[in-house]
Ligand binder design. Structure first.
Ligand code: TXE
Length: 475
């Protein structure tokens, strides 16, 4: 069985205390690797390495840093097969999905920020004849990046790429449920020419090493993606030391289908926005709101398309959906379906675990639930969606806004004015009109309300990883 290591100062090393956690393969339910359960001593080593690497890395010519990140992007592409297989076995997602989306997009993250950094410019304000102000955007120093299990390498790279591009040294922790692709990345960082200590990767439990990274006085900024409950703890901890913090948290995203939409397109994309990656994407549309005049038509088409989904072994090409990430998560998802029944919901499709080894759950569609019930309020983060009727634009907006979350929303309509009107009334950081999950990496990414604070993406991320300093010169 494979035993993975931490990556500190350009070397793979065992955890100092020699403690490990089992890593379970969701597709089989069996242990397939062991991962370090790192502690404070491992962190001190990583801090020492990162601090030592900072003076050189932060003053390296931008073009040179950019070249290293481009090379890292190339190497991920060259190792696509290995990365995709690891990601699929680690997370339970279909192998074809990891190959087509997760790993290529992780490579794109490095390539995007490698290019962005050479095009990045800071602000200057000139008051003619009086003064000139310019903003110096210096890298912060050592920063902490903590990522979740649903899109393991994609979200890991989404955080570390802008931090590194800006000249920071990183201490990163992938989720203990999906550590394998981050582990593979260390070797490629060395091959790409990244100096030792610039990127350090520690594995282990959130409450242990994750919390320690946030608490350590060396990490001056924390970029976190994960659950809202954990986000609260991370935010509160970071606030004690006035650290910069970016929190990308959960969602309970509305998918609003107006009667004047292109129904076939709305159905086709809604199947994807409900069940891609087993519904384990924070941007999935888990509450489908349909205008009453087309409710029955939408429902029958949607259900018949959902019936075509094949749940099965993530490594099999014909599986549309793989396994959920863990036994605990499977139980959590199932408990929400049981709750939905108690709350009066009707299960139109699915609603059961699969009778096989591994953590498989049927794609599940529920109707007949009030917007205030827990099933429609809490993030389930699995293959479970609710169908709900609305009778007016005002009602759709009110229901869309009725949760504590505000991450994303999709609007289906062919009426341009209505699309803008509704978009501007829904409290979500990301609005898609007649599409879903289409991303331009230059745009701000993040949520409102309990879905988080701060924005990632493009220049927002580059700016986050700097300490702005205004310099004023009197003329
Ligand atoms: O995430 P956690 P969990 C949601 C989803 C899911 C729920 C819980 O609803 O069911 O969150 O999932 C690290 N200090 N999302 O428990 O705990 C942890 O080790 C520092 C939405 O798996 O938030 C991991 O690396 N770090 C989400 C990361 O935080 C800590 C994606 C995320 O884990 C820590 C995943 C601490 N005190 C789950 N405790 C999204 N928005 O995409 C944990 N961690």
């Amino acid at each position: 069985m494979q035993k993975i290591q931490n990556f500190i100062n350009g070397e793979y090393v065992d955890p100092i205390k020699g403690q490990y956690l089992d890593n379970i393969e969701p597709g089989t339910g069996k242990v397939f690797a062991q991962i370090p359960n790192s502690n404070q001593e491992d962190l001190e080593k990583a801090v020492e390495a990162a601090r030592g690497a900072f003076p050189k890395w932060s003053t390296m010519p931008t073009e040179k840093r950019s070249k290293i990140l481009h090379k890292l992007a190339d190497l991920i592409e060259e190792n696509l097969e290995d990365f995709a297989l690891m990601e699929s076995r680690d997370n339970g997602k279909p192998l074809w999905l990891a190959k087509a989306v997760d790993i290529p997009r992780a490579s794109t993250n490095f390539r995007f920020y490698a290019s962005a950094i050479v095009n990045f410019s800071t602000e200057a304000q000139v008051s003619e004849g009086f003064m000139v102000n310019y903003t110096r955007r210096a890298p912060i120093g050592v920063v902490g990046c903590i990522s979740p299990w649903n899109l393991p390498l994609y979200l890991f790279s989404w955080k570390i790429a802008p931090a590194l591009a800006m000249g920071n040294c990183v201490i990163a922790k992938p989720s203990e449920l999906t550590p394998m692709t981050a582990f593979l990345l260390g070797r490629l960082a060395n091959e790409a020419g990244m100096p030792p200590g610039v990127l350090n990767i520690l594995h282990g439990e959130g409450k242990g090493i994750g919390q320690a990274i946030v608490e350590h006085e060396a990490t001056k900024a924390i970029s976190f993606t994960g659950g809202t409950t954990t986000g609260k703890i991370v935010g509160a901890t970071a606030a004690q030391q006035f650290k910069k913090v970016s929190l990308e948290l959960g969602g309970k995203n509305p998918n609003i289908v107006f009667a004047d939409c292109d129904l076939d397109e709305a159905v086709k994309t809604s199947v994807k926005s409900s069940f891609t990656n087993q519904g384990e994407i924070c941007l999935c549309g888990s509450r489908i709101l349909v205008e009453d005049s087309i409710y029955d038509a939408f429902k029958s088409k949607f259900i018949s398309e959902c019936k075509k989904i094949v749940v099965g072994d993530p490594l099999h090409a014909e599986s549309t959906m793989g396994a959920l990430v863990s036994y605990d998560h499977l139980e959590k998802v199932d408990s929400y379906v049981q709750l939905a029944k108690k709350e009066g919901g009707t299960i139109l499709l699915g609603g059961k675990k699969l009778d096989k080894e591994g953590f498989y759950y049927e794609p599940t569609v529920i109707e007949g639930l009030d917007e205030t019930c827990r099933t429609n309020q809490e993030e389930i983060f699995g293959p479970v969606v609710t169908l709900n009727k609305f009778s007016s634009e005002g009602e759709a907006i009110r229901v869309a806004n009725s949760t504590r979350y505000g991450l994303s929303c999709t609007i289906w309509t062919t009426d341009l004015k209505k699309a803008h009107r509704v978009a501007h009334s829904v409290h979500s950081g990301i609005i898609w009109v007649n599409c879903w999950l289409v991303r331009d990496l230059r745009t701000p990414f993040g949520g409102m309300k309990d879905s988080g604070i701060g924005r990632e993406g493009g220049n927002e991320a580059l700016r986050f990883f700097t300490e702005p300093q205004n310099v004023c010169i009197k003329l």
